[in-house]
Design a protein around this ligand. Structure first.
Ligand SMILES: [Zn+2]
Length: 317
């Protein structure tokens, strides 16, 4: 059995499952992010705690003004490019439809496209057949999908924003610097972070969450023994993907000497969701089949990244 210490160290403090904040147009509001009231800013858009590009959902809130909502929407464009093509491949319904995938391309090329039709992804390679590899021996087809460019820091910010939306007010007081950083759209590469902006991603092999969910965890214990485990940890699940990240700029790190502390990122056991307990006496866990990829998301420049998707088959008809 794969051992996890995550739940020894962290406990749930908030989640979309128990989030109470359903959007109500008729009440007085104050924005959680810029602190403007409904007398100063408009609050007409319906803000989602989890953006609907991660899956259709009804987790809405009352504490995000239209200005902040617009800014977060810009970050979310990068998040959408970053997670494509999964939403199309698995038929994840976002706002009102399953998105189509269009690959990154050079000027004279045609994109590889994926459309989800009648319960299956339909891939059209056009003239990009070099993206398709067929391994006859192992009966495997692999497809290299060139995602559209995205800005890593914006992806990270769009996820941190989910964490702060879930964050109870008493905890949020310790993250004023995080909120300031979220609002800075431009290039601030000279920023010194208290923790690395690591994003951990797991991909399920036999589970698919149509409705996304997010859970905010808090460290149970005080800091000890020169080891620093960040206070808040966010887990977001959408379709076949699970993301884990830690919220930067907690007050407690302000007077900490980073050289004296070893940072520990306790990994969330996402593989637990992949298990099927029904009618099985023994569960075989193969964490190696659920690789966790670690991304460094501190960059302000657009990056190009491909997703390698593998299919196994028994015979070709
Ligand atoms: Zn605001």
């Amino acid at each position: 059995m794969h051992k996890t210490t995550f739940f020894d160290k962290y406990e749930i403090i908030s989640s979309t499952e128990n989030f109470k904040g359903k959007f109500n147009i008729a009440i007085d509001k104050i924005c959680k992010f810029c602190r403007k009231t409904s007398k100063e800013n408009t609050f007409k858009n319906i803000p989602h705690v989890i953006p609907e590009l991660l899956g259709k959902n009804n987790y809405t809130s009352n504490d995000e003004c239209d200005n902040c909502n617009k800014l977060f929407g810009e970050y979310e464009t990068d998040l959408a490019n970053y997670i494509s093509p999964y939403q199309t491949l698995i038929g994840q319904k976002t706002k009102n439809k399953i998105p189509n995938f269009q690959s990154r391309k050079d000027i004279n090329e045609k994109s590889t496209t994926i459309k989800y039709i009648n319960g299956n992804p339909n891939i059209n390679f056009h003239d990009n057949l070099s993206d398709l590899h067929h391994d006859f021996l192992n009966k495997q087809i692999s497809i290299n999908l060139k995602k559209k460019k995205f800005i890593p820091i914006n992806v990270y910010k769009s996820l941190v924003k989910i964490g702060l939306s879930l964050c109870p007010t008493n905890e949020l007081k310790e993250y004023t610097k995080t909120i300031e950083w979220l609002a800075q759209k431009d290039n601030y590469e000279e920023i010194i972070y208290d923790i690395p902006l690591n994003l951990f991603r797991t991909r399920f092999t036999n589970k698919h969450y149509e409705k996304p969910f997010a859970t905010l965890y808090k460290r149970k214990l005080e800091i000890t023994n020169n080891i620093y485990e960040p206070k808040l940890c966010l887990v977001v699940c959408s379709g076949v993907l699970v993301f884990q990240l830690f919220i930067p700029f907690c007050y407690e790190t302000e007077n900490m000497n980073p050289e004296k502390y070893n940072l520990v990122n306790e990994i969330y056991p996402a593989f637990l969701h992949n298990l099927d307990f029904k009618g099985k006496e023994k569960i075989n866990i193969k964490p190696s089949e659920l690789p966790i990829i670690k991304y460094d998301m501190k960059y302000y420049k657009q990056v190009e990244e491909d997703e390698l998707i593998k299919f196994s088959y028994e015979k070709i008809e």
